[in-house]
Write a protein that binds this ligand. Sequence first.
Ligand code: PLP
Length: 401
Amino acid sequence: MPVLSERMSKLGTEAAFQVLARASELQRAGHDIVNLCIGQPDFQTPEHIVEAGRKALADGHHGYTVANGILPLREAVVADLHRRHGVSLSPAQVLVVPGGKVTMFFAIMMFGEEGTEIVYPNPGFPIYESVIRFSGATPVPMRLHESNGFSFDADEVLALITPRTRLLILNSPANPTGGVVPKAELDRLVAGLERHPHVAVLSDEIYGEMIYEGTHTSLTTYPQLADRLILLDGWSKTYAMTGWRLGYGVWPQDLAVHAERLAINCHSCVNAAAQYAGIAALTGPREPARQMVAAFAERRSSIIPALDALPGVRCVLPGGAFYAFPNISGTGLDSRTLQSRLMEEAGVATLSGTSFGAFGEGYLRLSYAASLPMLSEAVRRIGAFLEQATPASRAAAGVTA
Ligand code: PLP
């Protein structure tokens, strides 16, 4: 029998992929499933981007590229960040990687080891906690509360920092809550971080262009953090490019060499044609990305009030991303049971809040990157299920047994 390293037992996973597999299995068996479990835009990659990828292949870009990404792509990343946030960064700080996740993996592995702590949002993207454990570090959850729109209180975050803290992970706009951290709170956090110069910060801003309330403040706009901030971003969400596997990190100059060494050990470089497509995305027409955000905004206005009106459910209006994170504790069902019964009995694929950490209990995540008719059908099915299946609705109807 091959013997696995102890470390392998610490690695978690992302439930979305398992639920997606179950939804596909049910669909193959002839069930009609409304799929709101996966976090990807339901749009095709805009044609001018696809064409750039096609052209790169036709032009013979079939070999390795430099490990950190072709220079015109890294220049385009820097120009895009200047356009969006007014910041001046260097292409030498940019490491192009196969998807947003890779920057996360590298940053956590770079700082995490036995005896250290990493602070991360909970409920939050599940890979943070999984990789923190894998690295040997202790995951320290930063609990996010519905009562403040799933933003955070800077003092609460700062209170979690100890001499053992190596890395603080932030994600705004957030998965799974759609929460957006206001600039005033970031100002207070950054001011407080000056007392903790040993702590690096990973800012996951992959939903930075999907914002419906207020504005997105990038942590790159705080020069005080320049020597310890890692920005995680990429093309997956903004340009509907999840399958191209293209993302980037912007690293402090001193850390960029370490990140590049990890890349060389891991994947050498990113698919060359995808990199050319990435240039077209950043430098070409912005209208397709704008239209996609407008569609998400319309869907948000439709699904959030509809969820909020269901028995036992209340739902805060998310400021960004494309997720609804309704509180379902009033249904009397725990979130894993509700996820599984909605799939099996109502034909709606969702994710339990606990797929995003222990503090997700009492919530469900629905991706509204789906058409309006699909969203209203999902809400209709969930409503019908709750009406007949949950203790809360039976109590409301005066049924006692
Ligand atoms: N960060 C967050 C918060 C996400 O939700 C996701 C994907 O769902 C990622 C990073 C990873 O994105 P990618 O598919 O580009 O690896």
